[in-house]
Design a protein around this ligand. Structure first.
Ligand code: MG
Length: 308
């Protein structure tokens, strides 16, 4: 279903730095593509099929929006209360599942492979967001939102005793805790050259911080520092463009940060945005999961190529 007035606002942007002016087209409007979710999250673009898959977490389903027809349908139900997704370098869907407390991969034949479901024999909390590095390693965050209550998963115990960021080795499949000192690690993404890893912490601290780490050639992290603090609502999921700018979800839409940490401007969305994804034939269509709805906007910048 799509509102008749697909154009949602008179002014869809807020320019906070002159550099943002070249990153948008003020005539390009925010489009409202679908309404009817309880909480939209985890968009993932399938370039070959020209469709977007995302999660509707409390409804325990995954949705699919087809660019060729504009039609939205249910992709998977029940879906294990999936949250974040990504598409790996082989074009396979990698999913965080609150319900099964695991990360899975949907293979080309449709079968599902479990990537990670425990750490040192203890069940994961509820994997939230995931990225795949160019070496094939799978990095994901594991806060406890999916086990805090039955709203977005199944109420349960935090067996690990913390909320970590994990890396799954592409060869051995071993799971390693790479960040253990955040409260509730949430969205994460590498810079385009993979020299940096950005991670949001949605724990108690306000405003919510996004941290950045240096990444060495072996995938080791060092030099944690604060990158930005959210100025409206909370950061959740985010992606980089080809120039390393961050396009992150926030309470009033999507905030764009220069790699130097400057908030350049905003794409305004009339709902809280939880996550974003680049798509379209040229990866310059930004899809935004906004609580009940799926939105998109066409931009004169391109999303960083896979992996993201
Ligand atoms: Mg998230």
């Amino acid at each position: 279903m799509c509102r008749e007035d697909a154009i949602v606002a008179e002014s869809d942007y807020e320019i906070l730095d002159p550099r943002f002016g070249s990153l948008i087209k003020t005539t390009a409007r925010v489009e409202h593509l679908f309404e009817g979710c309880r909480w939209a999250e985890g968009p993932a673009w399938f370039a070959a099929g020209r469709y977007l898959v995302w999660s509707d977490i409390p409804n325990d389903r995954m949705m699919r929006w087809d660019e060729t027809s504009g039609v939205t349908s249910v992709f998977r139900y029940p879906a294990g209360y999936t949250n974040g997704h990504t598409v790996d370098r082989e074009g396979r869907l990698v999913s965080c599942e609150h319900g099964g407390r695991r990360v899975t991969r949907t293979e080309h034949d449709g079968s599902i492979t479990v990537i990670a479901d425990n750490y040192q024999g203890k069940r994961l909390n509820s994997p939230n967001d995931v990225v795949v590095k160019s070496d094939g390693s799978i990095w994901f965050t594991d806060p406890a939102y999916g086990i805090d209550s039955d709203y977005e998963g199944h109420k349960g115990e935090n067996e690990i005793g913390g909320c970590y960021v994990f890396r799954v080795d592409p060869d051995s499949g071993e799971i390693e805790a790479v960040i253990t000192d955040l409260v509730r690690p949430n969205g994460l993404a590498f810079s385009p050259d993979e020299s940096l890893l950005y991670v949001v912490d949605t724990g108690e601290q306000r405003p919510k911080p996004m941290y950045v780490y240096d990444v060495d050639n072996e995938g080791g992290l060092s030099n944690q520092r604060l990158f930005a603090k959210c100025t409206a609502g909370v950061f959740d999921g985010f992606r980089c463009d080809t120039e390393g700018r961050i396009w992150t979800s926030a309470g009033d839409g999507v905030h764009c940060y220069h790699p130097d940490g400057t908030l350049l401007g905003k794409v305004l969305v009339p709902e809280v945005v939880a996550n974003v994804e680049w798509g379209g034939a040229k990866r310059n269509r930004l899809f935004m999961c906004g609580t009940t709805s799926l939105y998109s906007v066409l931009l004169p910048v391109n999303g960083a190529s896979r992996p993201q």
